[in-house]
Design a protein around this ligand. Structure first.
Ligand SMILES: Cc1ncc(COP(=O)(O)O)c(C=O)c1O
Length: 289
């Protein structure tokens, strides 16, 4: 008997299409199998680039691997082949966990010492205080986005009362997929191709105003660096939103993807930033480090 028969699956989930693993990716796998079976092709290898740098041959960051190795197997803390900085970091983390082992349950928000480190890192990077109590560690960006997309819902998933979230076009299909699961309204705003696919505040306002008749706008997805466009704002995405007139101020939440190497991205979190002063309590940022 088929347990997960189509008629018992939530229809909202059936509509979801995560294009990153869509037909192109499946075809790449097929071609790889064809090559393995010895079929003749004008090439000998298939490279599938799905945002997986190490899958494409980029070496991993050694320090992270060493710290993880030490956390999993603290016996190596005495091993001279591990460098001292990795040992120090692993000891600091283990000392902050009940039972000094990562096998134990941790706080649901993430390991406290790690949250403190993240808060410290953000304060240093941005020159603006960050509190570890406000940091929640998730396993990957997708999980954080899923949580946020759930939080911004209005309580109804039909008609004009449902939540709307602004999504960049072109964008990353994960956001759309999560909204489809909730049957939320997608408010598409176009990125400006003429200026390297940058964010255009006039376009944001247009999209927001049009959407008000169809939903309750609740969120704005800002992606920096842009995926798939690669556009990058070194001053951060809130910068163009600074200043009173932005209609998006009435939306409640923000999601953002910000790699750690995009220094100094959050300088816009300055005290002079009137937008942030007014809305800081309503801004959530999903950051990938
Ligand atoms: C814009 C954007 N959002 C979310 C994600 C998902 O992040 P993760 O793979 O950490 O779950 C990605 C991954 O590449 C992404 O590019």
């Amino acid at each position: 008997m088929e347990i997960l028969a189509e008629e018992i699956i939530n229809p909202a989930f059936i509509r979801v299409n995560y294009s990153l693993r869509g037909w192109l990716f499946r075809r790449a796998i097929e071609i790889r199998q064809e090559l393995a079976r010895g079929e003749a092709k004008p090439f000998s290898e298939v490279l599938e680039h799905i945002g997986n740098p190490q899958g494409m041959g980029q070496p991993p960051i050694t320090f992270f691997r060493q710290v993880l190795g030490l956390l999993l197997c603290p016996d190596f803390l005495d091993d001279p082949s591990f460098p001292q900085d990795a040992k120090n970091r692993a000891k600091q983390i283990l000392n902050g966990i009940p039972g000094h082992t990562i096998s134990s349950y941790t706080a649901a928000e993430g390991i406290n010492v790690v949250r403190q480190d993240i808060a410290h890192f953000i304060s240093q990077r941005d020159g603006y205080p960050a509190a570890s109590d406000n940091i929640v560690v998730t396993s990957g960006g997708a999980e954080g986005i899923e949580v946020m997309m759930g939080i911004v819902q209005t309580g109804t998933n039909e008609g004009r009362g449902r939540a709307g979230v602004m999504l960049p076009v072109p964008g990353y299909s994960l956001y759309q997929a999560r909204l489809l699961q909730h049957n939320s309204y997608q408010i598409h705003y176009r990125l400006d191709e003429e200026s390297d696919w940058s964010l255009n505040v006039t376009e944001l306002k247009r999209a927001l105003e049009e959407a008000r008749s169809y939903c309750v706008p609740r969120g704005l997805v800002l992606i920096n660096p842009g995926n798939p466009t690669g556009w990058f704002s070194s001053v951060g995405l809130y910068h163009p939103l600074n200043g009173a007139e932005c209609a998006c101020q009435s939306t409640a939440h923000f999601c953002q993807r910000m790699p750690s190497n995009s220094l100094p991205p959050l300088s816009f979190l300055s005290k002079e930033n009137s937008f942030l002063k007014e809305h800081a309590k309503r801004i959530f940022s999903v950051s990938q480090f």
